[in-house]
Design a protein around this ligand. Structure first.
Ligand SMILES: NC(=O)c1ccc[n+]([C@@H]2O[C@H](COP(=O)([O-])OP(=O)(O)OC[C@H]3O[C@@H](n4cnc5c(N)ncnc54)[C@H](OP(=O)(O)O)[C@@H]3O)[C@@H](O)[C@H]2O)c1
Length: 290
């Protein structure tokens, strides 16, 4: 990796490479010999990848973002870490990309993103999508379902998954599958301009079914408790988190109850040529992953 080389900047910029999803995408692109610019918040943490240079910016820092994106044609944009002003940061970054002359943004959104989505953060994704649609740049939306790897982490120390999800189902999807789908798009962005992909795993599962699968594979007894809304807010009050965050946590489950995370799309397989990994397959392949 080298510092920014203004004489011949890579035409592809990748955000989030210090994290899980963006890291997988950046490594896969490097392995394929694709030149890329890694946009990171801390240069010292940028992964060392062949064909990559790095530039520092955070989404909310418009000047740094414009500079970092100079000469970039396609931008892979991982959604920012949850915070109260995430939407403001996203809008600032999109505006900076448009001002820098970026042609196409591939944005990691959320399954069923809509202004009236039950999951509060899916509303922010919908607003970011709308900002991109009116930005003048081409766009592709990768709407990820819930991350499959987190399901095991939703189990409390007492072996209980708690939330007001009822019998609703979620088509949970792995980071690996999302990253492969993203790379397929980034290798030929023009072919995916204006496309919205719903990235899901191979099956939609209720939390009760997920608890059964975790129990069977890990040998640890796990069960699901369908909380009332009141119970859900009360059981999370101990964390002392701000209201917007507790609303986001609780509405993850109420969105599932409302059927808004249900539905297997087939888009991962269409993009990657591979059937996505199921929760059971993931747990079997990662014993003791928790
Ligand atoms: N579908 C789901 O179930 C689900 C669940 C949780 C989160 N998400 C969303 O999916 C995204 C990617 O997931 P992940 O597992 O790869 O997360 P991750 O491992 O936490 O990585 C997030 C990456 O985004 C970067 N980032 C965060 N905020 C930023 C900002 N304001 N400006 C510039 N860069 C920023 C981080 O940089 P640093 O290393 O500097 O922090 C990191 O590289 C998350 O950021 C979140 O928005 C989805």
């Amino acid at each position: 990796m080298s510092a920014v080389d203004d004489s011949q900047p890579p035409v592809l910029a990748v955000t989030g490479s210090t994290g899980w999803l963006g890291g997988l995408v950046a490594r896969d692109l490097a392995d394929r010999g694709v030149a890329q610019r890694l946009l990171v918040r801390d240069l010292s943490r940028a992964p060392e990848l062949s064909g990559a240079d790095a530039a520092q910016c955070s989404y909310g820092d418009a000047d740094a973002a414009r500079e970092a994106l100079a000469g970039v044609e396609t931008l892979f944009m991982v959604s920012a870490a949850e915070n109260e002003d995430r939407l403001g940061e996203h809008r600032a970054f999109v505006d900076a990309a448009a001002a820098a002359g970026v042609g196409h943004v591939v944005y990691v959104s959320f399954f069923g993103a809509a202004p009236d989505a039950t999951f509060t953060l899916a509303r922010d994704h919908a607003a970011t999508e709308e900002h991109l649609r009116t930005s003048g740049m081409r766009w592709t939306f990768l709407r990820d379902n819930l991350y499959l790897e987190f399901m095991d982490h939703m189990v409390g120390d007492d072996g209980v998954v708690r939330g007001p999800a009822g019998d609703g189902r979620a088509a949970v999807v792995s980071h690996d599958d999302i990253a492969r789908a993203a790379v397929a798009v980034l290798l030929d962005p023009a072919a995916h301009a204006g496309a919205t992909y719903e990235l899901t795993g191979p099956e939609a599962l209720s939390f009760g079914e997920m608890a059964d699968i975790i129990s069977e594979v890990t040998g640890r007894p796990v069960r699901f408790h369908d909380e009332t809304l009141e119970e859900a807010y009360a059981s999370r009050a101990v964390y002392g988190a701000p209201d917007w965050q507790v609303d986001a946590w609780v509405s993850t489950y109420t969105a599932v109850a409302a059927g808004e995370l249900d539905g297997v799309s087939g888009d991962v397989e269409r993009l990657t040529g591979r059937r996505p990994t199921s929760l059971r397959e993931y747990l079997e392949a990662h014993p003791g992953s928790r």
